[in-house]
Design a protein around this ligand. Structure first.
Ligand code: MG
Ligand code: MG
Ligand code: MG
Length: 308
């Protein structure tokens, strides 16, 4: 029976490549593992799969009656539909522990590092002692570059850098940073994409002390890229807030060269932005210098602000 390996909803490069890389490892261990994606691929993920010669994984958003494994998340909100009507076999992640549960013991590996690719590197090398195929190594290295924003994010650890360097050697990539910049440019593509698709390109829902909070992120090589569509993006956030009956919807417009985020916010209570980040939200957005990570900077600060 096939075992499906899935990353989170609104898949990013790590979610997709980790599904492929963990499925490859599972196949080496004799499991009939099939990598899946839970949504459309972003433009960065597409160039990564193309460069290392992989097809798009199959689309699967429901696991009723199926055996499955999760990578890059363990939150129900990001998990496939009917996660509790299938059999969860494993979790490999690098986020806070989420809320999926199982009746049986499973392989559950979470490390406080910048990328699932780094956790998988440890699994291949140290736990299961398997050689990483060159093209799979290329995927894992790309995921690390993506998740750590070229090693600049607050989430980046020495383990991520060491893993990426080792993986680049295996993959035969001589200039890893040049490849990372190519990926960043692909990720920045906004032309011809609807505001709705841009908000949901990298988007997560959270429950913070009973408040429904949504946070999208666009990582851009320059904020100029969104100059002409700011009003459209803001209008879309208002729409999404109404649809989800949410307390707040945020869009992080992250400038990866200037290393900060212009935080666009539609919220019932603008004071949570000030409580969380010490700057007043006046108008539609506020510049947060040094903030690049949703996981390590946005979520914990907002959680504290919502709880107070
Ligand atoms: Mg992810
Ligand atoms: Mg990740
Ligand atoms: Mg990310």
């Amino acid at each position: 029976m096939a075992v499906y390996v899935l990353g989170h909803k609104s898949p990013d490069t790590d979610s997709v490549t980790a599904a492929i890389a963990f499925a490859e490892l599972q196949k080496m261990l004799g499991v009939d593992a099939v990598p899946c994606r839970q949504g459309e691929l972003n433009p960065e993920t597409k160039v990564v799969l193309e460069k290392f010669g992989f097809a798009e994984p199959e689309l699967r958003t429901d696991v009723t009656g199926e055996k499955y494994m999760l990578v890059d998340h363990s939150d129900i909100k990001q998990a496939p539909d009917n996660w509790d009507k299938g059999e969860l076999m494993a979790v490999v992640d690098h986020h806070k522990i989420g809320d999926v549960t199982t009746p049986n013991p499973i392989l559950f590996v979470a490390m406080p590092v910048g990328c699932t690719g780094t956790v998988l590197y440890t699994l291949y090398k140290d736990v299961f002692k398997k050689d990483i195929p060159a093209n799979v190594a290329g995927l894992m290295m790309s995921a690390i570059l993506s998740d750590t924003v070229l090693f600049k994010s607050a989430t980046c650890t020495p383990e991520d850098k060491a893993a990426a360097e080792a993986l680049a050697k295996i993959a035969g990539v001589d200039d890893m940073m040049a490849w990372g910049m190519e990926m960043a440019k692909a990720k920045s593509a906004v032309d011809g994409v609807s505001p709705r698709d841009l908000v949901f390109r990298d988007y997560k829902d959270f429950d913070m002390s009973g408040k429904a909070i949504g946070i999208g992120q666009l990582e851009l090589v320059s904020l100029d890229l969104v100059d002409n569509i700011r009003d459209d993006l803001y209008a879309e956030l208002e729409k999404i807030k109404a649809e989800k009956n949410a307390h707040s919807i945020f869009l992080m417009l992250t400038d990866i060269m200037k290393e900060g985020t212009d935080l666009m916010a539609v919220t019932d209570d603008p004071s949570i932005v000030e409580k969380a980040f010490g700057v007043k939200l006046e108008g539609k957005s506020v510049w947060l210098p040094g903030v690049m990570s949703r996981k390590k900077q946005m979520v914990p600060n907002l959680e504290k602000a919502c709880a107070s």
